[in-house]
Design a protein around this ligand. Structure first.
Ligand SMILES: [Zn+2]
Length: 279
């Protein structure tokens, strides 16, 4: 038996036995699912921005302080459209759902591309804590509410010209009239609305109720941008709870602290290949 097969067998047994499963997913999962932020797709949709500003991927462009709202929203509407609204095959997410559907599961993710919901995961078993490309908030913010942006984004994509949207389409806060902003956590202005708190509670309840159960944590593609959200808490849960085990899937950082080594299974192989083998 190869080492890979041994790890697969071990993981399979754990999952079969588990009373519940918690999935913690980071950017690496969407990358594995084929969501690209650079390369061909960037050149196809952003060659004008590339030429003018020199950035080479969507993510970097997202941090650029555009001088006008018209230009900023020309950029962001394309970005959001491609990663949130354009129909894409997210079969890797569906495969993951197939895999956990029969279990008592919960998902926590730092991904903001809405792919768990689009794949059919139960919304009440999800905590997407860093925001969502599909939501606007007030830029101040003057109040704690978020707004679906689909209609506005599609309109901006359609009506933009020469890297600018018409001034009449600049999204404005319905309460104070200031500019709107994406509901993405980048600083302390991030709005955590009622839904955010509700899902935070669901997640915390799930953890509390399962602390003494046979529990398997499956961490996929979580890097070191914000390790305090998934990575470190998962390691701590594994350490402190006797019947909690960790399966860590990570192409770059398939390692773990020595203290939990015998309760952790590490994979640096391709996510899809792993899921196929675990079935
Ligand atoms: Zn406002």
């Amino acid at each position: 038996m190869t080492d890979f097969q041994k790890r697969i067998d071990k993981a399979k047994k754990l999952i079969e036995k588990a009373d519940c499963v918690i999935i913690g997913a980071g950017a690496g999962l969407s990358t594995a699912a084929g969501f690209e932020y650079s390369g061909q797709i960037f050149d196809k949709y952003f060659s004008d921005f590339k030429e003018k500003y020199g950035f080479n991927d969507m993510y970097s462009g997202g941090f650029y302080p555009f001088k006008t709202q018209e230009e900023k929203w020309a950029y962001w509407s394309r970005y959001v459209y491609l990663n949130r609204y354009k129909n894409k095959d997210n079969k890797l997410y569906k495969k993951l759902l197939d895999f956990v559907q029969s279990k008592d599961y919960f998902v926590i993710t730092t991904n903001v591309d809405h792919q768990f919901q689009l794949a059919g995961f139960d919304k009440n078993r999800l905590f997407y804590m860093q925001g969502d490309y599909g939501l606007f908030q007030c830029s101040l913010p003057c109040h704690n509410k978020t707004y679906d942006n689909e209609k506005q984004i599609l309109n901006m994509v359609e009506k933009q010209k020469d890297m600018k949207i018409p001034a009449s389409l600049i999204p404005k806060c319905p309460v104070c009239g200031r500019d709107m902003e994406m509901n993405l956590r980048s600083d302390e202005r991030f709005v955590q609305d009622e839904g955010w708190y509700q899902h935070a509670r669901l997640y915390n309840d799930f953890i509390e109720k399962s602390n003494d159960k046979f529990r398997v944590l499956i961490e996929i593609g979580v890097g070191y941008n914000t390790p305090g959200i998934i990575k470190f808490p998962f390691e701590q849960m594994t350490f402190y709870n006797e019947k909690t085990y960790l399966i860590r899937i990570n192409k770059e950082y398939a390692t773990c602290p020595r203290e939990i080594r015998d309760k952790t299974i590490l994979f640096n192989e391709d996510v899809e290949m792993i899921l196929n083998n675990l079935k």
